[in-house]
Structures are given as structure tokens and as C-alpha cells.
Design a protein around this ligand. Sequence first.
Ligand code: KMH
Ligand code: ZN
Length: 279
Amino acid sequence: MTHSTLITVAPTGAESAKADVPALPVTIDEVVATARDCEAVGASVIHLHVRDADTRPTLDLGRVREVVSAVRENTDLIVQLSSGGAVTDPFDARLAVLDAEPDAASLTLGTVNFGRDVFSNPWDLIVELHTQMQQRGIVPEYEVFDLGQLATLTRLLDRHGLPHGGRVHVDLVMGVPGGMPGTAQALTACLPFLPPGATFAATGVGRTSLPVMLAALSAGGHLRVGMEDTLTYAPGEPVRDNAQLVARAAGLARIAQRPPMSTDDARSFLGIKPMEVAL
Ligand code: KMH
Ligand code: ZN
């Protein structure tokens, strides 16, 4: 079991509208402020979806590059871009975010119903993302929405080799309507299907955030929290900001005697170049 806990913040996502959730960080200044606040309370990775000047999700490369460099200039966080985007995004635009040269990027291992929508991730897209990340030195975080997607991960690694950095790190995304439930039982069921030597984090969407976080910590896993996944802190209490969610995750990690991982340690854990070499 890793001594410390890697905490990823997913501050924005592609699903919530700024008009409905005024605390959602969408401008570059808001994303930078959130990134700094979350780093200060224990995050070491930021999972980014970018919004345009009208607050809508965008994969516009210029805008994505701007956000990546703003976060890098103001924090030591590992910058992980979403390659999932929004359910409406075409595959070529999702692949093109790799041109922004993030440290890391998400890579979802299968198609899944996503509420009333479909989050489409066919095999050829998975292979293309995996091999392009290998070639470009970008570290993937394998997003798993259902247990069968872990079999796809094993097939992917068997056929196409280990990711850049050598670490196979999985994020179990739980509680999405259409994916696996956000329960301790579902999390435990996934663990035997992780590839040998792989590490995992877990994310519980909506009200599954706390049970998933507690189950992940007890099983030696890492954590992802943020307003991409959770907008209610407690029944009837909206999330104040992303740092509130990171602080709660960091507090639970300390109680589990696996305190938040520093950004330096997170880089070495994930096989990402140290900050001074990266710049
Ligand atoms: N926005 C979801 C459709 C990812 O970032 O890689 C997909 C998602 C996964 O959030
Ligand atoms: Zn995402």
C-alpha cells in the first residue's frame, strides 16, 4: 500500500452550466485560483476540462494551451487534460488535446451510457490515445466506468505495451448513471481485475462521493474529488468551492494515516519528469 494519497482535483468538468453553478471555475483566472487553493490543501494533480469565453466546454487548442500554461505558471500541480471532453465532442478533437502537451491525460476504456447520453470510446480510439500518449511522453490515467473496462485495459497493455512512465494508474469512476454503482462492493469487485502492479484512485459521482472515498482509502487507493463530480457537500448544502472538497479528502486521507502526496512525490509516483526538468 502506498504510504501517501494522491489527490486529484477535477474542478470543472463538461456537464454543469455556470449559470446553474455559479461557483464552478470556468474563466482562466477562476481555474488558476482554484488550482492554487486546491494545491494548498493537498491536491497534486488537476484534471482539466476547458471552457470558452461564453463558459461553454471547448477543445479549442489555443484556449486549452492557455489554460495549461496558466496553471503551470501558478502552481506545481500535475496538469492532466481530459481526453474525454463532452459527450458531443468528436474523436479527432479529443485526440488533438494531446497537442497541448500536458503532463498527463485521461483515457477512458470503453463506451458507457452517461445519463441520457452515450460517452463513446471505441477500441480504435482507445488504442490511438494510448499509442499517441506513449509517443509523446504523456502519462495516461485510465478511466474505468464499469468492471468490464478493466478487461479492456489488460488487452490494451498486452497488445500495445506499458504507458509512458511505466506506471499503470486507473481511476474508477463510480456512480455515473449508466456505469457501475458508487459502492464499497463495486469498488472491491474491481480490485482483482486491476493489472498486476497497477495502482488505482476512485471517484464517486454525486452522493456516492463519500462512500467511494472511504472505500478507496480503506483499500489502499487514491482519490479524485471536485465539482466535475460533486456539487452537493452534504444534504441540502451546495459545495462552496473545489478546495472544500479537496480539504475533506485530505482530512480523510490523514485520518487513514496516508496523508496527501506532495506534487514532487506525485510526479515520481506517476513517472512524470520533475518540475525543473519539465520547464
Ligand atoms: N465529460 C465526460 C463525458 C474524461 O474527462 O476523460 C467524460 C469525462 C471523462 O469527463
Ligand atoms: Zn473529466
